[in-house]
Structure formats: structure tokens, C-alpha cells
Design a protein around this ligand. Structure first.
Ligand SMILES: [Zn+2]
Length: 309
């Protein structure tokens, strides 16, 4: 320390003689003082940023001030640890574990709910529940189909909620016997009729006039067998076509035709076209019950399979 006092005196003398020496001498001392003076503000500056960093992770979980900074972290860990212990004992008591969680009880109740809906009066209610045919009926009108809605048909297991009575298809093709069909089957029939019209003009050089209908709605089993599964006729979802009439020539009934004849080609064409419109097409050659007509229906099958024979 004594050396420092001794050094100040010569520095003061030197300061009078040389300004540069005075500048050099106080410079280190001044730098130290300046640094010490400057350090406090610099030190205070970095400290605040360090606090906000600590506040950022802490505050979000815990709204309180500095006192709660360290508090929120410990409580979070215990909450994570607490759920795991109950999860381990849960398997031992499966009944209580399934009852407490919200997601677990959902799957078990579903299976029991489905059986009651598929059986008994609930199943009938689902069939009776009328689908929305609004869009379908708009399409029927665009296709030029003349139809009128009929009251729901309810006859034991047979029937349909929204039957339509068709009297004419598009392009002036008449249905002299009329037909009672669902809107979906009616639309398929109308679209098929346009294909029949094309085949008539191509193979027979005559415009199609009418389509002769045998059976549309009828409460019966397949192939008139009471023991068999219900026919799509029982749901107004199927139709039997007996033959066709034309403006300038005789009718063409469904049935065997001379090989290579125009009528044979016409029938083959309309039958093939039907397979692209209806889900089920049966006719001469399929079995004995379909030797004189085309059976067309819209039976839904798994994976969208069609029956075209
Ligand atoms: Zn039929």
C-alpha cells in the first residue's frame, strides 16, 4: 500500500510535466474504476435476463410471483408419480379400473347396444325409418319419369316406407302395367330404359314404345318359395320385365330367339346393359323360374358384389 502512496506523488509531478504520462498513469487506475463502475450496471443487466429465463419455465404452470417459482416444479412431479402407482394396482382390480376411466367404458357398452337394435321391433323400426328420397326424386324428374308417391307399404316383413308408382319412363317409354318401386329401383329402371332405347334403334331400327312389366312389388319369397329368403319384390326393390313393344313393328317378348336374329341381338344387348345398372339380373338360362322374363333388382350385397346371370 505504501508503494501506492509513493507512486501517486511522482505521477502528480509527471502529470504537470507530461500530459501523456499523466494520461498513461491514471488510465489503468481510471480503467479499473471505470470497469468497476461499469460492471455494476453490466452485472445488474445480465441478472434480470437470467431471472426471466427462470420465470419462463416456472410461471406458466404457476401464476404466483417469485415465491412460487420453485414451488410449481415439485408439485408437477408428484402428480405424474401419483397416477402411475394407481395404474399398477388397477390391473389387479379390473372392475374398479374400468369404471373410473372415461375411455374404457365406451367399447364395452357398444356390443350390448347393437344386438337390441338388430332384433325385434327395433329392427322393424330401422326398416320403416324413411330414407331421404328427395335427391333421387329430383333425378327421376330429370330423367323424364312420370311417377306419384304411394303410402308406405307395411305387410309383416314385407314393405317399403317410400314406394313410388311409375307410369312412364323417360323419352316417352310407357309402362302400361305401371310399377311400384323404391326410388332407387325406379331410377335404375329409368336409366336402363335409355339403354334399351339405344339397342332398339340399333338392332331393330325402331323406337321403343313400352316396357311390359310382370311383377314389381309382391310380398313373397325368392322364386315364389315360401321357405326361401324374401325376394326383393317384397321390398319394392325388384321388377320383372316381360317384353318390349315398338312403334313400327311387333312386340319382342323375353325368351329364346332364333340364333343370329335381330330380336336375339336386341335381347342380348338389353340384358347385358342391365348388368351395368342393376345389382341383380336373372333371365332365360338362369333357372326355370326366369325363362320368360328378366328379373332386375337392387339387392345390396357385401363388398358391392353383383349377380349377373
Ligand atoms: Zn322377379
Amino acid at each position: 500500500m505504501g508503494s501506492s502512496k509513493g507512486s501517486r506523488r511522482p505521477r502528480r509531478a509527471a502529470a504537470l510535466a507530461l500530459a501523456g504520462a499523466a494520461l498513461l498513469a491514471p488510465a489503468p487506475g481510471g480503467d479499473v474504476r471505470a470497469q468497476t463502475r461499469e460492471r455494476p450496471p453490466e452485472a445488474t443487466v445480465p441478472l434480470p435476463p437470467a431471472r426471466p429465463d427462470a420465470l419462463k419455465p416456472g410461471p406458466p404452470p404457476a401464476a404466483p410471483g417469485a415465491a412460487a417459482r420453485e414451488a410449481p416444479l415439485p408439485p408437477e412431479r408428484p402428480t405424474e408419480r401419483t397416477p402411475t402407482p394407481p395404474a399398477d394396482p388397477a390391473p389387479a382390480a379390473s372392475g374398479t379400473a374400468e369404471g373410473k376411466p372415461g375411455a374404457m367404458p365406451v367399447p364395452p357398452p357398444l356390443p350390448p347396444e347393437r344386438p337390441p337394435e338388430l332384433a325385434g321391433e327395433a329392427a322393424l323400426a330401422l326398416k320403416v325409418a324413411a330414407p331421404d328420397d328427395t335427391a333421387c326424386r329430383v333425378r327421376l324428374k330429370r330423367l323424364g319419369v312420370a311417377f306419384e308417391p304411394l303410402p308406405a307399404i307395411v305387410n309383416g316383413q314385407c314393405g317399403t316406407p317410400l314406394p313410388l308408382r311409375l307410369t312412364e319412363l323417360g323419352d316417352g317409354v310407357g309402362l302400361p302395367q305401371s310399377a311400384t318401386l323404391t326410388c332407387g329401383a325406379a331410377e335404375a329402371l329409368a336409366r336402363w330404359a335409355t339403354e334399351v332405347q339405344v339397342a332398339a334403334e340399333r338392332e331393330l331400327k325402331q323406337p321403343l314404345k313400352t316396357i311390359a312389366i310382370g311383377t314389381s312389388y309382391e310380398c313373397r319369397g325368392q322364386n315364389h318359395d315360401r321357405e326361401a329368403k324374401l325376394s326383393e319384390h317384397a321390398f319394392a326393390n325388384g321388377i320383372d320385365v316381360m317384353g318390349f313393344t315398338f312403334t313400327g313393328r311387333g312386340p319382342v317378348p323375353v325368351g329364346p330367339m332364333p340364333e343370329g336374329s335381330a330380336e336375339g341381338r336386341f335381347l342380348d344387348a338389353v340384358r347385358a346393359r342391365a348388368c351395368g345398372v342393376f345389382r341383380t339380373v336373372l333371365g332365360p338360362g338362369s333357372n326355370a323360374e326366369h325363362g320368360n322374363h328378366l328379373h332386375l333388382d337392387e339387392r345390396e350385397r357385401s363388398a358391392g358384389h353383383r349377380l349377373c346371370q
